[in-house]
Design a binder for this molecule. Sequence first.
Ligand code: SAM
Length: 285
Amino acid sequence: MTGGERSRRAPGQVKEVTSLSNPLVKDIKALSLKKYRDREHAFMAEGLKLVLDALDAGWIIRTLVYAKAGRGNATVEKAAARTVAAGGLVLEVSEKVLSSITRRENPQMVVGVFEQRYLPLKEIRPSDQDVWVALDRVRDPGNLGTVIRTVDAVGAKGVILVGECTDPFSIETVRATMGSLFSVSITRAEREAFLTWRGGLPGLMVGTHLKGSVDYRNVDYSKGPILLLMGNEQQGLPETLAEACDRLVRIPQAGRADSLNLAVATGVMLYEIRRAALPASHGAA
Ligand code: SAM
C-alpha cells in the first residue's frame, strides 16, 4: 500500500486514494460500461445532493467517493458517516482520480456508487389515481432521463421500459434525471410480457401516435389508472402495441416538424393527464 493509499480510522473508515491504477478506482470507472453495471448491479450518481437524495430514499450505497477538498465539509462527512453505517466504503481521492472516474474536467465533489433497483412488473398494482408511463424501446439517455424527471414532477408513479431500451442507470441518464431517478419506480419488460400484464389491468392505456385518431385533449383521463404509452424515437409505436391501446391520441402540430421530441411529447401528455387524473396535492396547481 502506498503512502497515498493508506487507510485511516478517523473520521470513519475512510481510504485515501491518489493512484489512477488503484483497483477500487478501476472498478468504479468500469461502471461507465453497461456490461459492468449489469454484472455488478450497480451505477454511479454524481453530486452531493443526488447522493443525499438517494440515501434519503433508501437506496443502498456501496461506495462514496469524495474529493480531498470535501474533507471537513459537514455535509460530506455526514454522507460518509451514513455510508459507513450502511456498510459501504468511503474513498477520499485526488481531483485527478475523481475526474477520471466521472470523465469530467471539473467533476462534482462527490460520487456515490449505488445498487440498481428495478420494480418487477408483477408487483405493479396501480390504483385509480395512478399514472404510469411505458416507453417502447427508448434509445436516447437524455430522453429517458428527462421523462423520469417529468414523471417525478407530475407525481406519476414510474416508468416501464418495454423491449430493448437505453440503460436507466447509465451516467448520462442518471445526470438527466437530476435526482428524480431516486423517487420514481423503474420497471423493465419484454413487449409480450408487458402486453400480458396490461391485459389483466383496469384503467386506460393511452398510446401516442402521429396517426392517432383522437386529439389528446379530447380524452377523459379521470378514470384511472392511466398507462401512457410512448413510441420509439425513430420508429414510433409498432402495430402490436398501438393495437393494444384503448385510445390512440395525437398532439396537433403546426409548422414543418414531423413530430415532437419524445420527452417533450411525454411532458405535454403528462400535464394534460395530470389536470384530470392526479390529485392537486402533488405540488403545482
Ligand atoms: N418517426 C417517428 C414516427 O413516425 O412515429 C417519430 C417518433 S417521435 C420522435 C417519438 C414518439 O413521441 C412517438 O412515437 C410518439 O409516442 C410521441 N410523439 C411525438 N410527436 C407526437 C405527436 N405530435 N402526437 C402524438 N405523439 C407524438
